[in-house]
Write a protein that binds this ligand. Structure first.
Ligand code: UD1
Ligand code: CA
Length: 501
């Protein structure tokens, strides 16, 4: 079976894209979208003053470029080409990982000769099946799929324009390209540095850096670019004058000004991130989660109904807070699942772990990667767990190190217990079977197993397996010397007086 019947159909119709679309509309009963996205991400980003490419700086936990690529996919692009340049290896590796299995690939712009040159590099890799091409700056992470769709839409109608572009009305247009109109029609975009006179400078309608064009027109327009401007670069913005001069209809779609905020330096990065975090918090509140002011929730996090995230909590990566769970003040959770009704008390830190339903963690607990707490398990203050599973209702309430452990249901780990998991060369497992009791200040020298319902007396160093139901005890017998304390004190006092002389 042909996995791409639609593509084959399209190739047959390519002699006329308009005819192709009309035929497809007729066959599928809906408007078929055959838009390819080009995300421009090869700029140097000099103003960031960073060894890391600008587009790899995170905004709400995801690289700047991730947001643009995701928006293009959300807008319905069936193919997304990211133009990369300096430091491209890290961008390429990231995209391959983050968008594995999605139609995202890269094109290379060898030297940053301007946005028009970058668009050319992207277009050079696009096959003939694309009907229209979306080109967008890769440094505007607040733009969402719905915004891009609004700019694409005019080209999907009957009698489409050759070019549609996004504009914004701003109070302070400094630094942006101005949209110049004649008789109401968009005729040109002039870059800030190339403006001629105060009238142009005062134009508040600016270019948002998002363009959708018919592919044939785009090819022609990009071929015609010349670097005759203040920066000596090839500007993609010149495709507007090209289209207008060719008598083509150019449509401007106005987007809300706040979505266009681009990132050129770290102050702008901070501003955009602030907006992004506010947007994420708002979204989850609408979905029924309580998100207190000052909580920081990254873009990949999921909150279920009736959970609460307190101020100062930082939720990162793929963290998921299930129904009714509570994450208290100051917790930092990275790639953690918090089960329904669980409570994570203040200032706990967890990474790559699962906290079971109705479990209690913290305050001041530390769950390192691979920890998995069962239903209603308790991990209390100053407990560190690493790659340790705990069964249902198992408890370690105070001051313990639980490394590489397997702890059964209802087991109780006393204060000060240490799993001695490392011999300087290898890590070993400590197994505590169901219902076992580990007295305070015990050390378990792994590999070692404490059997079900066994009892380890306080202060014991367990070096051999403890059979089920056994008592293990290893400590010096206690001796009491009657009346000895005052004698001891007198001796010590004398010794101190002697030294003072
Ligand atoms: C650009 C627009 C400007 C618009 C503004 C909106 C041009 C000439 N100007 O200006 O009209 O108001 O965006 O934010 O397009 N890039 C490359 N290769 C290059 C140069 C840039 O890939 O050689 C990429 C950058 O990585 C960036 C994007 O293109 O993601 C925009 O480049 P940038 O230099 O930031 O353009 P602006 O000065 O912001
Ligand atoms: Ca920019």
């Amino acid at each position: 079976m042909d996995p791409h019947p639609r593509r084959r159909f399209l190739i047959c119709c390519l002699s006329s894209p308009g005819a192709a679309r009309a035929a497809l509309d007729c066959v599928f009963g809906v408007t078929m979208q055959r838009t390819t996205g080009i995300v421009l991400a090869a700029g140097q980003g000099a103003r960031m003053k960073s060894a890391v490419p600008k587009v790899m700086h995170p905004v709400s936990g995801l690289p700047i470029v991730h947001h643009g690529v995701q928006a293009a996919l959300d807008a319905g692009c069936c193919d997304v080409v990211v133009v990369v340049g300096q430091g491209r290896t890290i961008v390429e590796e990231y995209l391959a990982r983050a968008f594995a299995g999605r139609p995202v690939r890269t094109a290379i712009q060898e030297h940053p000769r301007g946005t028009g040159d970058a668009a050319r590099a992207g277009l050079g890799t696009i096959g003939k099946e694309a009907l229209e091409v979306l080109v967008m700056n890769g440094d505007v992470p607040l733009v969402r799929g719905e915004h891009l769709r609004a700019v694409i839409q005019p080209l999907l109608g009957t009698d489409p324009p050759a070019l549609s572009l996004a504009t914004c009305l701003v109070d302070d247009p400094a630094g942006y390209g101005r949209v110049l109109r004649k008789g109401g029609k968009v005729v040109e975009i002039r870059e800030d540095r190339d403006l001629r006179g105060d009238e142009e400078r005062g134009v508040r309608e600016i270019n948002a850096g998002i363009y959708v064009a018919n592919i044939a027109l785009l090819r022609e327009a990009l071929d015609a670019l010349t670097p005759e401007n203040a920066q000596g670069e090839l500007y993609i913005t010149d495709i507007v004058a090209f289209s207008s001069n060719a008598g083509e209809h150019v449509v401007a779609v106005e987007l809300p000004a706040e979505v266009l905020a681009g990132i050129n330096d770290r102050e702008q990065l901070a501003q955009v991130e602030r907006t992004m975090y506010a947007r994420i918090a708002r979204r989850w509140r609408v979905e029924g989660a309580t998100v207190r002011e000052g909580a920081r929730i990254d873009a990949g996090v999921v909150l279920e109904e009736d959970c609460t995230v307190e101020s100062g909590a930082v939720l990162r990566g793929t963290t998921r807070i299930e129904r009714g769970a509570m994450v208290d003040v100051g917790c930092v959770l990275t790639d953690v699942v918090v089960g329904a009704g669980a409570v994570v008390k203040p200032y706990s830190v967890a990474t790559g772990s699962r906290i079971g339903p109705r479990a209690h963690v913290g305050p001041f607990a530390h769950l390192r990667p691979g920890s998995d707490l069962g239903e209603e398990a308790h991990v209390g203050n100053f407990v560190e767990a690493k790659k340790t599973t705990m069964g249902r209702r198992a408890k370690a309430n105070h001051l313990a190190y639980l490394g590489d452990g397997v702890i059964g249901d209802d087991a109780n780990i006393g204060a000060g217990t240490i799993f001695c998991n490392y011999d300087g060369f290898q890590k070993h497992t400590t197994t505590i079977e169901a219902g076992a009791f580990i007295g305070s200040d015990s050390q378990l020298v792994a590999p070692v197993t404490v059997g079900a319902n066994a009892y380890v007396a306080t202060g014991t160093t367990v070096t051999r397996d403890v059979p089920p139901d056994a008592l293990a005890i290893s400590r010096m017998k206690q001796e009491n010397k009657e009346g000895y304390a005052s004698k001891l004190r007198a001796r010590m006092k004398a010794s101190k007086a002697q030294k003072g002389k």
